[in-house]
Structure formats: C-alpha cells, structure tokens
Unconditional design. Structure first.
Length: 310
C-alpha cells in the first residue's frame, strides 16, 4: 500500500492531508464490507493486545469490537492494578513481554507521551488510544470521518468546539487534522480553558482559520458543533474545576435557535454540558459518531498490520 506508510498511530501530527484522504477512502470501503458481512475473516489469525491503563468504555470496546468483527482475537488488561506495572515493572518491559504474545497493541495511559515509549520498545504496531491530556489520534480520525459522513464534505465548513479546550485531548487531536482543510473554527471556552498556544502555533501556514470566544451562542453560525465535558481529572486544583464545570450547557432550545442545521457531536462521556433533550433531534450525531468509530478502527487495524481489504 504505497499511499500509506504508517505502522504506528501515535500522534495526529504524523498525518498529511493525503494520508487523511486515504484513510477516509479506505474507511468508506471497510464500511461497505462490514455492512455486507464481508469484513469478517480479514484479520483471521491475528491477535490484538488491548492495554487500557486508564478508564475507558467507548474506545476500549470499540477497538475490541473492531478486532472481533474482522475475525481477529484479543487479549486485554484494564487498569494498573491488574498488570505487573503495579509491581513496579516499567512500561518498556511490559511492552517487550506483550510483543512476544501478539501482532498489534492498542494502549491507553494517563501519562502524556507513554505511547511513544511503548512503540519504541517493540517491533509490532502500536496504536495510541489516548495518553494523558495529549493525543487521541483514532478519536480524531473517527471524528473527521463522522463530519464527512454526516455533512457530505469537509471543505468550507464552520466548526465550533465548545468546552474544555485546554485539557481536551480529543479537541487537540481533531484540530491537528482539520488544519489541512479550508474550514473555519469557533473556539468557544472560558478564558481559563482556552486552546494552548502550542496547538495554535501548529495551525500556522495551513488553510484553516479560527477565532476565540467565550459566548456559546457563536455555535449558531456553525455547521458542526463539537461539545466536550470539562475534564475534571486533568485539573491540578479541584476548586478551579468546581468553578467551571457547569459553565456551558447545550440543550434543545439552544440547538433549535441555530441559524443552520448544526450537527452536534460529542466524544462522550457527557456530564452536564449536553442535555439529553438533544438526543431526539435528527442532527444529534454523537451516537452515530460512536458507531462510525468501529469501522474506522477496523480500517486502522488493517492498515497498521499491512493487510489490504480491497
């Protein structure tokens, strides 16, 4: 597959625009195979290590479902207390052992940069399923695929990000992908939770444009609104979290006042920032977003293992 050369998936900055277009095209193909029942067996005989050292529901189950739906198998560990890391074993040594057992590994870890340590220890493909407040590349890829699937395009869209732009790794990762496209961003957050300067610097020289505001009503001009929770677990001072936790609430009344048929996305889990009364609106796409995640990860597992599925 000369159009795609990434064995590991660690960081959204590793992808070019042509990589992203290739992944979207391959995911469309995988989606069709999955819907027709022809995807099962593509990874027959392959074994995945599902290594989740930080809490997860959607990402872990999505990867495991993806492997099972491709006919592969998996082994897993969930939480430090159920791994030898709790005995003092280094992540490097853990990964060297894992390498002896499986063909590919997916890892979530609370420490930023841990996926690179994991990948550097082994020769099998490693996929970052979230490391601290840093990167969550497969979430970003499924978010990009969701936007394209729901809106039929990406170029020219106005996209609003609402909530915790400082600690939200899903936002950091998706913005790194969107910078390759001529889109306009509304970055909606309290001043204390604005997008870090390092991520803004990554946007220089790309066709994306953006503006910052703390007014949630700015999303009325957006084609897509990406809502996120305030990341309680990332705050060094819990009092700061208590002050900001309910600063935004997107509800049905707010969505229906939009000037556009704004597609509502959320990486989940939600707390108070997105009301359940939005769920029955046709433009509420966050549960479809989770479903898209399975076919995206099915495609990525095959691509990382170098298994084609034309």
């Amino acid at each position: 597959m000369p159009s795609y050369s990434h064995k590991n998936i660690l960081d959204t900055l590793q992808f070019s625009k042509s990589d992203l277009e290739f992944i979207v095209d391959k995911t469309h193909r995988m989606h069709a195979l999955h819907e027709s029942g022809k995807a099962f067996g593509i990874l027959n005989g392959k074994l995945l290590a599902s290594l989740f050292f930080e809490a997860s529901t959607r990402t872990r189950l999505s990867f495991e479902a993806a492997m099972e739906r491709l006919g592969g198998r998996l082994i897993s560990t969930v939480g430090f207390q159920f791994s030898s890391i709790s005995k003092g074993e280094t992540l490097y040594d853990t990964m060297k052992m894992i390498e002896a057992y499986v063909d590919i590994a997916v890892i979530r870890h609370p420490v930023e940069g841990s996926s690179r340590i994991a990948a550097g220890a082994v020769n099998i493909p490693v996929i970052n399923a979230g490391d601290g407040a840093g990167q969550h590349p497969t979430q970003a890829l499924l978010d990009l695929y969701t936007i394209i699937s729901e809106k039929g395009k990406i170029d020219g869209l106005n996209i609003a990000f609402i909530g915790d732009l400082k600690y939200g790794r899903t936002i950091h990762s998706l913005i790194n992908l969107l910078r390759h496209f001529p889109v306009h961003l509304y970055l909606i957050s309290p001043d204390e939770l604005r997008l870090p300067a390092s991520y803004k610097k990554n946007l220089e020289g790309f066709p994306m444009t953006w503006e910052e505001t703390n007014d949630v009503k700015a999303f009325w001009d957006a084609d897509v609104a990406y809502v996120t929770r305030i990341q309680e677990e990332r705050f060094p001072d819990h009092r700061e979290y208590e002050k900001l936790k309910d600063i935004y609430k997107v509800n049905k009344e707010l969505v229906l006042a939009s000037k556009k048929n704004t597609t509502i996305l959320h990486p989940l889990p939600r707390v108070n920032e997105l009301s359940t009364d939005v769920d029955d609106l046709p433009n509420a796409a966050y549960f479809r977003q989770a479903k898209y995640g399975v076919v995206v990860r099915m495609a990525l597992l095959c691509l990382s293992l170098g298994v084609d599925f034309e």
